[in-house]
Design a protein around this ligand. Structure first.
Ligand SMILES: Cc1ncc(COP(=O)(O)O)c(C=O)c1O
Length: 391
């Protein structure tokens, strides 16, 4: 067996591709002194809105800002309930708490690892009541205002079903698209292909460096087709001001800076190609894993085109396999090893082991394979052949 090392993520080779262009962004910032706002940010916002097939895009400081601001601008208020999944990064739920709302978890679908529409429906039907178009929790009377489906690992959640349920119960849908730049699915309901970021009331994206579209630091964006939401977020990200020193509301320091926007513009031009390279690597993995009985490869929802931010398999004795892979210099990741409802940070929510069985089982078995644009066929072959020898 060759001992060539395969990292979990290789950003350096990717960045080498356009190094000259990136340097020009820094030189331009030095020459103009424009670091916050300005044409780079506006141009990026226009280009990213177009990429997502959304009407508006507002650049913000991070994906966490994006989820938080999208919830605020969509009308989530203190003591509202916001529903999401326990198998996500904590930023999704931090944002819910930080707008003053209560987190309610609903379990995931066993095949896609995304929000289960059936379980969403069960929660709303059994634990809530619908009065005059608004849904309230039967136990505490709180308003159920929004649902945040997370397009985890780069696959769009089952949005036709989720949008139908949300409409029936008067819920706002905020997509957490932080891992899904460019992911699409064919909507049977609308009879057309829809892109992540254009489906719900608003959608949040992260440009954390390791994302499919990553900045050289922190960055994020909200996309929406609702002009008033875009305008509110423009204020929220900038201390509540649309005009300097005129503060209509209190906001945040949550802007996307010009250097990041400049870098993101260069990367956005390359993103379709990079996403295709991820998809190609995923196709190869899935083909090779089909002959390995002990591995469950990712399942694509009918009509979905995931962009494979992560390629995540399921395997028993996952920790042992991860350790052995690291001994043969193959990097892997865990997304996510401890479900959010069992995290110390959320003991006050009162959840316990057994509440979300699918999330709990898969949390012990999920293993993220090396995945990045430029991952070669021979690297994928080596990962899979090593796994075949080790399981
Ligand atoms: C699903 C999900 N939501 C939210 C975030 C938050 O993004 P950021 O790290 O840019 O704040 C991330 C990224 O880490 C994420 O993966």
């Amino acid at each position: 067996m060759t001992t060539q090392s395969i990292p979990f993520l290789d950003l350096n080779s990717l960045h080498a591709e356009n190094a000259t262009e990136y340097k020009e962004v820094f030189e331009q910032a030095l020459a103009t002194g424009r670091f916050i706002g300005g044409p780079q940010v506006t141009e990026f916002e226009n280009e990213f809105a177009q990429f997502c097939d959304a009407q508006y895009c507002v650049g913000v400081g991070s994906g966490t800002d994006a989820v938080r601001f999208a919830l605020m601008a969509s009308g989530v208020e203190l003591n509202d309930i916001v529903i999401t999944v326990p198998n996500t990064f904590i930023a999704t739920t931090e944002s819910i708490t930080q707008v003053g709302a209560d987190i309610v978890f609903v379990d995931i679908d066993e095949k896609t690892y995304n929000l289960s529409p059936e379980k969403l429906q069960n929660y709303l039907e059994n634990e809530c009541e619908l009065k005059d178009g608004t849904t309230y929790n039967k136990n505490n009377g709180k308003r159920v205002k929004a649902v945040v489906p997370v397009h985890l690992y780069g696959q769009v959640a089952d949005m036709d079903a989720i949008m139908d349920i949300a409409e029936k119960y008067g819920l706002i849908v905020v997509e957490d698209a932080c891992q899904a730049h460019g992911a699409t699915y064919f909507s049977k309901k609308q009879n057309k292909t829809l892109t992540a970021g254009s489906i719900g009331k608003a959608a949040a994206f992260s440009f954390y460096p390791g994302k499919n579209l990553g900045a050289f630091g922190e960055g994020g964006a909200v996309t929406t087709n609702d002009e008033s939401i875009a305008n509110i977020i423009k204020k929220i990200r900038d201390h509540g001001q649309a005009q300097k020193y005129i503060h209509d509301i209190e906001g945040y320091n949550g802007r996307l800076d010009a250097i990041q926007a400049g870098v993101l513009r260069i990367k956005l031009r390359n993103l379709p190609k990079w996403n295709e390279q991820r998809i190609e690597a995923a196709r190869k993995y899935t083909e090779l894993f089909s002959s390995v009985d002990s591995i469950i490869a990712p399942v694509e929802l009918d009509g979905a085109k995931p962009v494979y931010h992560l390629y995540v398999i399921r395997v028993k004795n996952r920790d042992q396999l991860q350790k052995k892979l690291s001994e043969v210099n193959i990097g892997t990741g865990l997304h996510y090893p401890i479900p959010l409802h069992l995290q110390e940070a959320y003991t006050q929510l009162g959840y316990k082991t057994g509440d979300f069985p699918v999330t709990e089982v898969v949390a012990e078995e999920l293993l993220s394979m090396p995945m990045f644009p430029g991952l070669s066929e021979s690297q994928v072959e080596r990962v899979v052949s090593s796994i075949k020898e080790l399981v």
